[in-house]
Write a protein that binds this ligand. Structure first.
Ligand code: AMP
Length: 380
């Protein structure tokens, strides 16, 4: 199956080719035709499955050729749980939307940053990607009108509910016109999600797919046996000796993320940390620099790394091993996406050894371990 057969706008096909989307992922194969037919869709899929493009591309195709008057009435509303996801989804709308002859204007809004610039910029926006709380604030201040929304997307619905957005979501639903298309994406079908599904969706097309990242076959995994105090020198050795230009490093705590970053910088390696204690703007900037290849090392904790989505990231390093095997797979799944090859390296201290065996067993794959004792780390 190729993208050509799915009925997308021709200008999007060109954009897909230039962004190296060679063939549709399973969720795209199924969701794109359904969304084009303006069906409601329930997609059980995680980040990594290609779900974003599965709704962005057909929504843009359906908007094509429409006269977009400039106003505060938006046509498409995408609700997301976090700022990171809001930014990411908006980028996908922007990357593809700018290829259409009549440019579709999209924008991301989220809390934690000043509201005034968002209020001003909202005029003339057609597609809005928003976190629920900030959206309601913007509605209250009349910066945006929801009464002409034609398509509602709930992305990572389970996470939105887990984060306690249920009440806000219900308030938003009440502001939407009754006739509209609803697309609901969730990693799991929890009772809460089922409830929304029943209440919101009208005879939906149900699509369930496994995340692409769960296929870890194209990722080459390696572990280094290393005492805790040698982890820093080993990290610098690996980055410098292998001339690694782009790497995501995971630590277990915020403090460690800062320490690792500072040490790398002192050794002339460009690095930035993102974690919950960093200001919103700093996080956005670091992530954006890293995505664009302007930052060599991004050091992150699990929580913040969830939303990181970078194509062709060649290296992931587990400076600290995660607690759950699921997190391990999720972390290494950051690399080797979109059929690219990736390297995942884990640092294993004597205390981690047993736990790492459990991870390998759960994953069903043994990982070669190199003893760092045999590496000359002097000078690092
Ligand atoms: P998502 O699940 O939407 O977060 O997408 C996961 C990753 O896969 C993103 O980096 C996308 O850019 C990439 N991607 C999505 N669809 C395709 C495709 N058909 N071919 C190649 N890469 C894709």
């Amino acid at each position: 199956m190729s993208f050509d057969a799915l009925g997308l706008a021709p200008s999007l096909l060109q954009a897909l080719a230039s962004q190296k989307y060679l063939k549709p992922y399973p969720i795209q194969e199924k969701a794109i035709p359904a969304v084009l037919r303006r069906k409601d869709v329930l997609g059980i899929a995680k980040t990594g499955s290609g779900k974003t493009a599965s709704y962005v591309l057909p929504i843009l195709t359906n908007l094509e050729g429409r006269i977009m008057d400039k106003s505060r009435f938006i046509s498409v509303l995408v609700l997301v749980p976090t700022r990171e996801l809001a930014i990411q989804v908006n980028e996908v709308f922007h990357d593809f939307g700018s290829e259409l002859p009549d440019m579709v204007r999209s924008m991301a809004v989220y809390g934690g940053v000043s509201i005034n610039p968002q209020m001003k910029a909202l005029y003339g926006v057609n597609v809005l990607v928003a976190t629920p709380g900030r959206l309601l604030e913007l509605v209250e201040s009349k910066a945006v009108q929801l009464s002409a929304v034609e398509v509602l997307v709930l992305d990572e619905a389970d996470k939105m509910l887990n984060l306690g957005f249920k009440e806000e979501m219900n308030r938003i639903f009440e502001l939407l016109p009754a006739r509209r298309q609803n697309l609901l994406f969730s990693a799991t079908l929890s009772n809460d999600v089922k409830e929304i599904n029943q209440f919101l969706l009208n005879d939906p097309e149900v699509i369930e797919v496994k995340a692409v990242e769960e296929n870890i076959d194209q990722i080459s995994q390696l572990a280094y046996f290393v005492p805790q105090e040698k982890k820093g020198p080993l990290l610098r050795y690996l980055i410098k000796e292998n001339n690694i230009r782009h790497v995501l490093v995971f630590t277990s705590t915020v403090q460690k993320a800062d320490n690792v970053t500072n040490k790398l910088r002192k050794n002339g390696i460009d690095a930035e940390a993102i974690h919950s204690k960093k200001g919103q703007n700093t996080r956005i900037e670091a992530l954006s620099d890293f995505k664009r290849g302007r930052l060599r090392v991004l050091v992150a904790t699990d929580l913040l790394a969830r939303g990181i989505d970078i194509e062709f990231l060649p290296y992931v390093i587990n400076y600290d091993l995660p607690r759950s095997p699921k997190d391990y797979v999720h972390r290494i799944g950051r690399t080797g996406r979109a059929d690219a090859k990736g390297d995942a390296i884990s640092f294993i201290t004597p205390e981690d050894q047993h736990h790492f065996k459990v991870i390998q067993k759960k994953m069903g794959k043994p990982v070669t371990m190199i003893d760092s004792e045999n590496i000359d780390l002097k000078g690092y």
